[in-house]
Design a protein around this ligand. Structure first.
Ligand SMILES: [Zn+2]
Length: 371
């Protein structure tokens, strides 16, 4: 793994290289920034460099530790993901196991490195336990936590870590990468604008036709909702649910919506009971809802930007300018703000296991101009 393959995070990389070069690698790092901009890749490159036998600021790529690290089988680098028990949270048992492993010296490499890519999913007891470890970590241990926002974590946890900020990638850089992956210039430009520097989202939109189609259908539904009378909003919610592949809970009715993509299925918690059977598990419903929420917040955000007179170049849905301009006069500014606020809160509730169907039914009313 080489830092040079990571675009747009030169500042973070400089910080980490500097730490190794000066022999002052820390015990705990907190990488924060939007998803899909390279936090995990940088974390792995850093973990490898910390273990490289050559001892330079950048991994040599040829020593035994490097080769093992690149194949994910260097025992001294461990990744802690949300556990199988709930599939959603990193539980206290996992942190206890990690602490036990952290107490013995590195077996193969030079340093024990624990990566926690979704630190915002540490359960409260797990976070407390981790906190105690961070008071006096063994000298041969480095912890790398990742999260989107600093506000996701306890201030006491943040204060014990060196924070490293990861930035959104510039739209032009994202578009260039998408084109190199075969996306048409027009699609690359829209996907880059829509995903605001989040490369993984942009790649999914530009290269997965089903993701692109769902975005189109949701944006169309949103432009229609704005003009609907209130009594029809529940049906509009039903449409949105269908587009997002969130199936009815009791019947086993099948519909014509897009099948859940593999990524969505991968997000499914293995031990959660499937309510409708087949691929439409609770996990797929949550993934569908999360994707829909991104589109809905982009739409409302664009309306707010237009209202504020921001340049069209700053819109996330520049290819839907006409529909946005038709909807704009229907909303009072305060309503737009409340609608966007509610949409963002839905993301928070969804992370905490709220029912996607109920969220969408509420959302349809909240994003209506007469909300
Ligand atoms: Zn090496």
């Amino acid at each position: 793994l080489n830092y040079s393959k990571i675009l747009g995070q030169e500042e973070a990389v400089r910080t980490l290289k500097g730490a190794i070069a000066s022999g002052k690698a820390g015990h705990a790092y907190l990488f924060y920034g939007p998803p899909g901009v390279g936090k995990t890749t940088v974390g792995r490159a850093f973990a490898q460099a910390l273990n490289c036998e050559a001892g330079g600021p950048e991994a040599c790529g040829v020593c035994l530790a490097c080769r093992r690290a690149e194949h994910d089988n260097l025992r001294d680098i461990e990744v802690i993901e949300p556990g199988s028990k709930s599939g959603r949270m990193i539980e206290i048992e996992q942190v206890r196991t990690m602490i036990a492993r952290a107490s013995t010296r590195p077996a193969e490499g030079r340093r024990k490195v624990f990566l926690i890519p979704q630190a915002q999913r540490l359960s409260p007891p797990a976070m407390q336990t981790l906190l105690k470890t961070l008071e006096e970590p063994p000298e041969f241990v480095t912890l790398i936590l990742e999260t989107r926002e600093l506000t996701d974590l306890l201030p006491t946890l943040i204060s014990r870590c060196q924070t490293v900020r990861f930035r959104r990638l510039p739209n032009e850089a994202v578009a260039r990468i998408l084109k190199s992956q075969g996306a048409s210039p027009a699609k690359a430009s829209v996907a880059a604008a829509f995903s605001r520097g989040c490369l993984t989202d942009a790649l999914a939109l530009a290269t997965d036709a089903a993701v692109w189609k769902r975005r189109e259908r949701i944006l169309l539904a949103l432009s229609e909702i704005a003009a609907l009378p209130r009594p029809q909003l529940l049906r509009a919610a039903e449409d949105l649910l269908r587009i997002a592949s969130i199936k009815p809970e009791k019947s086993s009715e099948s519909d014509d919506s897009d099948p859940a993509s593999e990524e969505e299925s991968a997000d499914r918690a293995p031990d959660e009971p499937s309510r409708t059977g087949g691929a439409s598990s609770a996990g797929a419903a949550r993934a569908g809802m999360a994707e829909a929420l991104i589109v809905i917040s982009s739409w409302l955000g664009d309306l707010m930007a237009l209202h504020a007179g921001s340049p069209h170049a700053s819109l996330r849905n520049p290819d839907h300018l006409d529909a946005l301009e038709r909807s704009l006069p229907l909303y009072a500014p305060a309503r737009l703000f409340a609608a966007l606020d509610f949409t963002l809160k839905c993301g928070y509730y969804l992370e905490r296991n709220a029912n996607p169907r109920l969220l969408m039914e509420n959302l349809a009313f909240q994003i209506h101009p007469g909300g």
